[in-house]
Each structure stands twice: as C-alpha cells, then as structure tokens.
Design a protein around this ligand. Structure first.
Ligand SMILES: CN1c2c(nc(N)[nH]c2=O)NC[C@@H]1CNc1ccc(C(=O)N[C@@H](CCC(=O)N[C@@H](CCC(=O)N[C@@H](CCC(=O)O)C(=O)O)C(=O)O)C(=O)O)cc1
Ligand SMILES: N[C@@H](CCS)C(=O)O
Ligand SMILES: [Zn+2]
Length: 827
C-alpha cells in the first residue's frame, strides 16, 4: 500500500484498510461507505491500489457463503486407504502426503467453483484435528519420547494409535457426534511451543492453487477444556489454567499466517454451547483480546452443535476483536431469541448456520430463506452470511457417487458437495439473486417427501401411539433375576465374555462383497459365514471364555446390518463418515416409519448356539444406537422414530428367546452420545431413550439374561439412567479413560446388576499383559463386589487382527484365573 494512501485512510477514522481485507470484503456497509472515496483515491494513486479497490467492489457484491469445515476422507475414502497402506508399510510417507495433497486441492477447488466466499483450510487431518492442535502446540506427552522441535508422523501416529512400547492416548466422543478425538493431556509441567506449521503450510498450498482460504483452528479455550489433566497433575488441576501459556503459540502461528497474507482466521469454540460456570467466560475474553491484538478483527468464532447459553452469547458479542460469529441454527433456534433480546453489534457479521452439517437431507430452502430474511430484517442487509450448522465432517461426501438410490430419494438428499451449493444458493438469494429453478426443484422435492406413501405406514404409527403411557419394566427385580439366571447358566465367579465382534478379516469382507455382487451364491456365502462362526466358537472354547459370541462375521456394521433388514431405511453406497482415524461408518438413512418384516439374527445365533454347550449371546443393536448412528428423518421427533425401532428390536429379542437363546446382548453403544449438550434438554432425552431400551426387554422371562454394552463415553453423569435401563449385565468401555467410570462406584452409587468395565483397550494394536489386566480388575474389585464383576474387553474386536486378539484374550483369561485364585484364597 502506498504511504500516501495509508496516510489518507488513517485520516478517515474508520478507514477501510484498517480492517483486514477478508472482513472488509464481506462487510459491504463499510466497503460501500468508503468505496467512492476509495475508488477515487485509487485512481489517483497507483495501479496496485486500483486492483485492491476493484477487489473490494467485486467481493462486496459477491454472495456471502461460508463453510465451517469439510470431510477429509475423500469421496471414495481415499485417505483411509492411503493411511492404512502406509501403516501397513505398503506405501511411503510421500505416497500418503501426495494423496492428502490431492484431496485438499480437490476440496478447495470444489468450494471455489461452487462460489463459496470463505473457504476453510486446515480442516484436513491425517487422524484428528484435536490431535493436530496437540501437535501444533507441542503438547506431546513425555512418554512418547519426543524431543522437538517439530512433531513428525512417527510421534503423531504413536499418540493416535500407540506403538510397540507405549499405548495410544485416550480417545473420546467429540461432543454428541459419532466422531472421536484424541484427548490432549495437559499438566502443570506442559510446555507449549509451536511444533507444527500445518495451518500455515495448508494456507500457502491453497494460495498456490489460487484459493485464498480461512485457516481453521480448534480455539485455545475449547482445546484446553476438552483436555484432561495428566496423571501426575495435582488433584484439582484444570488444564484451562494454562491458557496464558498456550496463547503465545497461537499468536505465533497467527503472525506467520498474517505474514503469508491471511486476512481471516476461524476459531472453533464449540464449548461455548455448553452450560458452563460464569468464570469460564473470562477465558474466552482473555484469549480473544490477546489474539485480536495480533490479528485485529479478522477473527471469526464458530460455535456449533446447540443453541448458545445467554451468557455465552453475551460474552461473544462483547469480544471486540472478533469480526464474525458463527451459530448453529439447525440444532435449535433459541439463539435467535438472544439476538433479538441482546442485539448484535453493528461491526460484526453473523454466520447463520442453516444448512445441516450432520444430516443428509436437502435443506428446506424456502424455510431457510425466510429465517435468513428475518435475520436481515433485524440486523440489516449484508451483515448476515449463510453457513453450515457445523463442519460438514459429520455428513456424507458426495451424492454424485450414489448410483443405486432412486431419483426421488436422491432429490430429497444433499451430501457435503451438494450442501456447498445450498449455502451459495441461499447466500445469492439473500443478495436478491435467487436461482428460481434451484429453489423450485427444492420445493418440489420437499413436498414429495412430505406426502410420499414410502414414508408413512399407518400400522406402525398406530402401534407406537400408546407406548408412552406405560413404563415397560420387567416385573422381577434384577437381583432376583440374576439368581434365577445363575441357576441356569452356572457361571464361575468373574465370568469372562467378549463384546460381540471378532476380527473382520479381508476374507470376510470379500465374501460379503461377492455375495452382494452375486459373484458367489447365497449357499456359498452361508457356508463361509458358518465356517467363520465355527472357528470363532472353537477359539473361544479353547481360550476358555465363559459366555461366547458368534463373532458377527455376517455384519458390515452393527447399525447398518440391522437397518438393511428393517423397513423405513435406505442405504448409500459411499455415504461414509469418519468415526476415528481411518475408520469410517456408513450411517443408514431412516426416511420412513420403521418396521421389521422378519427375524434378523435368529438364524446365525441359533446356528452358533448349536455348536457349543456354553451360553451363546444373541447380539443386537439397541434402538437408541440405531437412531443415533443413522441419518434420521427430520419430519417427526427423534423420540417417535426411536419408539418405532424399539418395537422392531423387541420382536427380535423375543424371537431369539423363543429359539433357545438365553443370553441376549442389546448394544446401546451410542446412548450417552445422544445426550443433548444443553442441560435443559437432557432429562427428556434420558427418559425416552431409556424407555425405548426397556421396551425391547420387558417381554422376556426372568431366566433370560439381558446384557447391554456401551463404549467411549463418560457415563458418570448418566449412571442413574444406566441403572434405570434395568439390564442384567452391562459391559462398558473403561481401559482407555483412566478408569474414570470407577469413580462413580467409589462415590457410593449402588449397582446391583452385573458389570464388566473393559480391561483390554481394543482400539490399539497393543497386546495388554496378564498383569496389566489383572491390575485393572483389582482396581474394580476395590469398589465393586466380586459377584457382580465380569471380565471383558472394552468393545468389539472387529478392528483388530487375530494375531493381536488371540494373545490378548489368552492374557485376559489368565488374568481372570489368577484373580479367581486370589479371591478363593482370600476366603
Ligand atoms: C463401535 N463403533 C461404531 C460406531 N458407529 C457405528 N455405526 N458402528 C460402530 O461399530 N461408533 C463408535 C465406534 C466407532 N468404531 C468403529 C470401529 C470400526 C469401524 C470400521 O471398521 N469401519 C470400517 C467400515 C465398516 C464397514 O461397513 N465395512 C464394510 C466394507 C466396506 C468396504 O469398504 N468395502 C470395500 C472393500 C473392503 C475390503 O476389505 O475389501 C468395498 O466394498 O469396496 C464391510 O465390512 O463389509 C472401516 O473400514 O472404516 C468404524 C467405527
Ligand atoms: N457388538 C458390537 C458392539 C460394538 S460397540 C461389537 O462387538 O462390535
Ligand atoms: Zn463398543
């Protein structure tokens, strides 16, 4: 900029050039206010100034579309395959980097071509964006032996997946999604330093492709709140107390980004939607005052997954350095009331997240436009940008690749690639540039879905109508039921079991694929699965496990498998969503009323039971988990859909019992995950979720043992709901979360049913030793009675290899026998 020009601008008081260009570009009130004098100046002074002026005029008249983040796996899961090949030593780090680079380029170009104004960068990750932040701030736990200065693949993937000597870091749910992040470990001794310039590298990479992006960071406050204290930290240590020392690292990368030409930076602060103590809000203020001093008002704060609490909203609008605020208007619209009540500062932009980042349904564009126009009426023109409700990471990638869905169904849907166009179309319409044909096609699709006979089933609606009026409880208390069951099952103390799945080998995937494509016959397929079940049963008998499983070889996924057999569901071919690392799930789509045309698992369970005299667990996925891990219809309450699924599973449970299966596990792995983030909504969810589970089990005999299983959650706050599920035995994730679960029992919660907190972290290739598992179980025995304790892994074994599973289970049984001997000698 010429010094003359800057001198002139500074005399203008609120000079255009004092505002970072990105915000200026989309802040037409400012740009327009100054544009005439600016243009005039530009023409007098220099060609480059002219170019700047032209840019402002061009961008201020462009639409205002923003995307919070984008899926990183690729339309055909290219990243997954590249990662796994690299981990298996079949390809080089360079090969992996090239795949990643190509994916990023294609994502940025796609967004540019769609007409997105603010295109995010640094939303790509080789494993997890929270782990990327850990790498960025150099918060590598000491045990990984990292000596700096920068975090490379070796250290990064060791933290994510463990290595031969060191287990992986803890992984847990990302808010209420099916995405899992690696939990940072922060202690008073943690020293932060800038150890990864991934954000800068990606920014420059996009720039080289001609795409100016908005780098995205996990905000420092959310990062610290989502961390856990290191084991050695003092008891009440709060990672957030290190805010002052982490901020300079963020500042350093911001200044490098600024030097590279970045004008806007997005900080994701999803913790702002949580109910928090007032003192917490000081942290956001401190952080953004500090970072704002470096970056000026080019800071955008994104919030998502729920409405904002009033105090969070007030804090946000009071942050002077922040130029734009993103809110989720899909998971709730109470934030709109806050905008009305407390106003929205004139100098800020509102990023209105109206396009759902967590579902695959086409947006109701007319309804969204009405909402957006309401906002414009309140805030004024050009202050409202259209955005996604959260990162598109949580939805499928591209509807284009769905060749098997019929045209009507596809017209009802929008995946990430289509959502880009929805955001842009809404932004254009707000600017008076409405694509009438696009809106008309969308309105027709909305109408056809509302009235489609494919969606509605009168018999199902009738069956679910009166369910809410009864409690649906088994009549006999759990303690007495357990006695009855024990007479029949005759299990040893500390019974051992596994959670259901055994390794999903490439051979199994091949037969499933081949039967689908009719390359092999149904008979050949059945034979292959039977052989697998025989092997799994034999292995468990050899290992001397007590309650067996059939191994789930016929299942592609614990939710998809059931959805495929229920009515009211459809399936995508490539609708993958990242769950953790390279692992993806393909959520079924619930589009209509749900019913069960015929039994789903009886054949395989009966077959497996016929091979052994030990009890064989029937294995089902519960209604809440099917609901939470599907893309759910949005035209009726989730609770209604859940009740419909519950009725279908209830029929299956009773069918299994009638066919001689005496232990039935109903997995509710995602029950905790669906807990609404805002406290005000939690009680109602717990009521209908737990009720739905009980509907599935209330019809069985006392002698039928109902197990349930949950993974990856913090259960302590819902322990009473778990008890209220009234299962006979619960197996639960424990080993990768520092036995947090056990603190509930230490605090005196009484649990009369059987419980198996996992002793083996199945998410890591590492094989736990006998002693390690015995130690874990001893800790449990310190707080739980031995007669209620079960010994089992954390979760299913599907992601593991037999070479890991066999020694790990051998050690698990050995540990149990050791403990049984200790208990016997203590008598
Ligand atoms: C327990 N968990 C689950 C969650 N959500 C679910 N919906 N399901 C879960 O089990 N959330 C919490 C945790 C998350 N944990 C996991 C664990 C493991 C996976 C996983 O392994 N995913 C697989 C994909 C699963 C699947 O459906 N596979 C299909 C095959 C799909 C495929 O790619 N086929 C290829 C050929 C592959 C080959 O080997 O030849 C093709 O058809 O071209 C199947 O098994 O049939 C993954 O690989 O990511 C996810 C979440
Ligand atoms: N029965 C399932 C539960 C996973 S949460 C399995 O074992 O894979
Ligand atoms: Zn599990």
């Amino acid at each position: 900029m010429s010094s003359l020009l800057s001198a002139h601008v500074s005399t203008m008081g609120e000079g255009v050039l004092a505002i970072p260009a990105l915000w200026r570009d989309i802040w037409p009130p400012l740009a327009i206010r100054h544009s005439s004098s600016f243009l005039c100046l530009a023409s007098v002074f220099s060609l480059s100034s002219l170019r700047i002026a032209f840019l402002i005029v061009r961008l201020s008249s462009s639409n205002m579309a923003h995307i919070v983040g984008y899926p990183r796996m690729g339309p055909k899961r290219e990243l997954k395959f590249a990662l796994e090949s690299f981990w298996d030593g079949k390809s080089s780090a360079e090969d992996l980097k090239q795949v990643a680079k190509d994916l990023r380029a294609s994502i940025w170009n796609q967004q540019k071509e769609a007409g997105v104004t603010w295109i995010p960068s640094n939303t790509f990750s080789y494993y997890d964006h929270v782990l990327d932040t850990t790498a960025m701030v150099g918060a590598v736990p000491e045990r990984y032996g990292w000596t700096g200065p920068s975090v490379e693949f070796d250290t990064y993937f060791s933290m994510a997946r463990g290595n031969k000597t060191t287990p992986a870091m803890e992984m847990t749910k990302w808010f209420d999604t099916n995405y899992h992040y690696i939990v940072p470990e922060i202690g008073p001794e943690t020293k932060f330093s800038l150890a990864s310039r991934k954000a800068l590298d990606e920014y420059k990479e996009a720039l080289e492709l001609g795409v100016k992006t908005v780098p995205v960071f996990v905000g420092p406050v959310s990062y610290l709140i989502m961390s856990k204290a290191t084991r050695d930290a003092p008891k009440n240590f709060d990672p957030l107390s290190l805010l002052d020392s982490i901020l300079p690292v963020y500042k350093e990368i911001l200044s490098e980004l600024k030097a590279a030409g970045a004008h806007g930076v997005q900080f994701d602060e999803p913790t702002l939607v949580l109910d928090q103590e007032s003192s917490r809000y000081e942290a956001y203020k401190k952080a953004y005052d500090f970072l704002g001093a470096e970056f000026g008002s080019g800071i955008l704060i994104e919030t998502y997954f729920a409405d904002l609490p009033a105090e969070a909203y007030k804090t946000l609008i009071g942050l002077e350095s922040v130029g734009a605020i993103g809110v989720d208007l899909v998971r709730g619209i109470k934030t709109l009331e806050l905008i009305k009540e407390h106003g929205f500062p004139a100098e800020k932009k509102l990023l209105a997240g109206v396009v759902d980042g967590r579902n695959i349904w086409a947006n109701d564009l007319a309804a969204s436009l009405t909402l957006l126009e309401g906002l414009v009426a309140d805030l004024g023109k050009d202050r409202v940008m259209v955005s996604t409700s959260c990162s598109l990471l949580h939805t499928a990638v591209d509807l284009k690749n769905e060749t098997k869905l019929d045209d009507e169904m596809k017209s009802w849907m929008a995946f990430a690639a289509q959502k880009l166009h929805e955001v842009v179309a809404l932004a254009n319409a707000l600017k008076g540039n409405k694509d009438e044909a696009f809106f008309a096609a969308n309105a027709a699709a909305q109408e056809s879905r509302r009235n489609s006979p494919r969606v509605h089933n009168a018999a199902v609606k009738e069956a679910t109508k009166n369910l809410e009026e009864s409690e649906h409880r088994r009549a006999t208390p759990v303690v007495n039921r357990l006695e009855e069951q024990q007479k029949k099952l005759n299990l040893p103390i500390l019974p051992t079991t596994t959670i259901g799945s055994f390794p999903q080998t490439p051979e199994l995937r091949r037969v499933r694929r081949e039967v689908k494509s009719k390359k092999i016959t149904e008979e050949e397929y059945t034979k292959a699965i039977q052989t697998e079940i025989q092997n799994v049963v034999k292995l468990q008998e050899d290992l001397d496990l007590d309650v067996l499983v059939h191994g789930e070889p016929e299942r592609n996924d614990m939710v998809e498998y059931f959805g495929e057999q229920l009515q009211g569901f459809v399936f995508t071919a490539n609708g993958w969503v990242q769950s953790y690392g390279s692992r993806c799930v393909k959520p079924p789509v619930i589009f209509g009323d749900v019913s069960r045309p015929s039994s789903m698992t009886v054949y395989w369970s009966k077959y497996a039971q016929s091979l052994t005299s030990r009890p064989m667990k029937g294995m089902l996925t519960g209604p809440v988990t099917i609901l939470n891990w599907s893309f759910v219809r949005v035209d009726q309450p989730r609770s209604t859909t859940c009740l419909q699924i519950a009725l279908a599973i209830k029929d299956e449970v009773e069918d299994l019992e009638a066919n001689g299966i005496t232990v039935i596990q109903i997995d509710e792995a995602a029950l905790r995950e669906g807990l609404p983030l805002r406290k005000s909504e939690q009680a109602s969810y717990q009521d209908w979720a737990v009720h739905s589970f009980r509907i599935t089990t209330c019809g069985v005999k006392d002698t039928t043992q109902i197990h349930t299983h949950m993974c990856y959650s913090n259960f302590n706050d819902i322990i009473h709901s778990i008890i209220d599920m009234d299962a006979d035995v619960i197996t639960i994730e424990n080993s990768r979360s520092d036995e947090k679960l056990l603190s509930v029992f230490r605090e005196g919660v009484k649990y009369a049913a059987g419980i198996g907190p996992g002793v083996y972290d199945i998410h890591s290739p590492r094989i736990p030793s006998t002693e390690e598992m015995a130690d874990r179980a001893r800790k449990m025995l310190a707080v739980l009675e031995s007669k209620v304790l079960w010994i089992n892994p954390d979760c299913g074994l599907k992601t593991r290899k037999y070479a890991e599973v066999v020694p790990a289970l051998t050690n698990l049984v050995a540990a149990t026998k050791q403990l049984r001997a200790e208990l016997a000698s203590a008598k």
